[in-house]
Write a protein that binds this ligand. Structure first.
Ligand SMILES: Nc1ncnc2c1ncn2[C@@H]1O[C@H](COP(=O)(O)OP(=O)(O)O)[C@@H](O)[C@H]1O
Ligand SMILES: CC(C)(COP(=O)(O)O)[C@@H](O)C(=O)NCCC(=O)O
Length: 311
């Protein structure tokens, strides 16, 4: 007897299939703009913008309109005047490992989505602004757990996204500096009623007790690759940082600037093995099934497959 395939909530498309779903979406980005948005060591090219990101921006744009209609249905059910309600920001979460390229994905999407006439105001926040301060991490003895769920002010992040979604006129987020390896005192990012808010960070899809930030997402993306490929990208990036950002005497990692290639590889491999890999395996990877969409990268960083949750 032959059994049918298990029904699946996901549809998986090869890049060549996915690119067709762009339909008539125009390319609204130049090569110069792309180069400015690209993260360190991320080789994303205009071909990938055309093949992957245009269809993605079309899908999200369709969902923004549909979500607005859903809100209107609830407003009408409650007997409220639809003219009294301001537009509810559409919230997108972007998750994935350290060094997988989340920030490039987030910046590309922000730029492309803002070029659609229906939702021109797009804001992006990264969750590193909600890391506990260096002093607080030291006080709790968890400095070596930076990036793990317990290293964040999770309530603060939830409150921030709730306030934006509730239509508050101005909402403020703290700002993190890689240079100082700490929250910057007195600095903040102000978000003013965007049409779309993108929230990017390692742990944004994590479940928890009660309401979590993921419950406020209207769409979520997980940037995925084999762990050994990400490990290599992390080590390569560390070596590039050694020759660039770490040479700044103000950098928290300035002492790494004088490492030889061999020493830098050994130190980056240790940081990967002791901090970032366990965080990926134990905390981040288990959240992948929750994402609306998974962008799967090959060893050369190129996105080769897209998995969409359709149910
Ligand atoms: N120690 C560092 N000094 C300066 N920049 C850094 C450092 N670590 C990471 N970055 C930069 O911060 C950004 C976010 O990095 P990361 O959290 O690893 O996420 P992803 O690579 O997925 O975007 C990247 O653009 C990266 O180049
Ligand atoms: C700042 C980060 C925790 C990531 O922050 P996110 O915005 O993803 O919440 C991470 O990039 C980091 O610096 N981790 C510390 C371990 C390391 O340096 O590799």
């Amino acid at each position: 007897m032959r059994y049918g395939r298990e029904p699946s909530p996901y549809v998986e498309l090869r890049r060549e299939q996915w690119r067709e779903l762009r339909r008539a979406t125009p390319l609204t980005m130049t090569l110069d703009e792309l180069v400015a948005l690209r993260g360190l060591g991320d080789p994303v090219d205009l071909g990938e913008v055309v093949d992957v990101y245009l269809a993605l921006s079309r899908l999200i744009s369709l969902q923004v309109a549909a979500r607005q209609r859903l809100h209107e249905a609830t407003t009408s059910f409650l007997g409220e005047d639809p003219r009294d309600t301001t537009r509810v920001p559409f919230v997108i979460g972007i998750a994935g490992s350290v060094a997988v390229g989340k920030s490039t994905t987030a910046r590309l999407l922000k730029t492309l989505l803002a070029r659609w006439p229906d939702h021109p105001h797009v804001d992006l926040v990264t969750t590193d602004g909600f890391l506990l301060t260096k002093a607080e991490l030291n006080r709790r003895g968890i400095m070596h757990r930076k990036g793990f769920p317990e290293s964040y002010d999770r309530r603060g992040l939830l409150r921030f996204v709730s306030d934006v979604k509730s239509g508050a006129a101005e909402v403020r987020a703290p700002v993190y500096s890689h240079l100082a390896y700490d929250i910057v005192p007195g600095e903040e990012q102000v978000v003013r009623r965007p049409d779309i808010l993108i929230v990017e960070g390692l742990n944004v899809l994590l479940p928890g007790h009660g309401l979590t930030v993921a419950d406020l997402f209207d769409f979520s993306i997980y940037v995925d690759a084999h762990t050994e490929d990400i490990a290599r990208w992390y080590v390569e990036r560390f070596r590039t940082l050694r020759d660039t950002a770490f040479t700044n005497p103000g950098s928290h990692f300035h002492h790494y600037a004088s490492l030889t290639d061999e020493q830098a590889t050994a130190e980056a491999s240790r940081l990967w093995r002791e901090i970032n890999e366990p965080n990926l395996v134990h905390n981040i990877l288990p959240t992948r099934p929750r994402a609306t969409l998974v962008l799967r990268k090959d060893a050369d960083h190129r996105i080769s497959r897209v998995r969409l949750r359709k149910l």
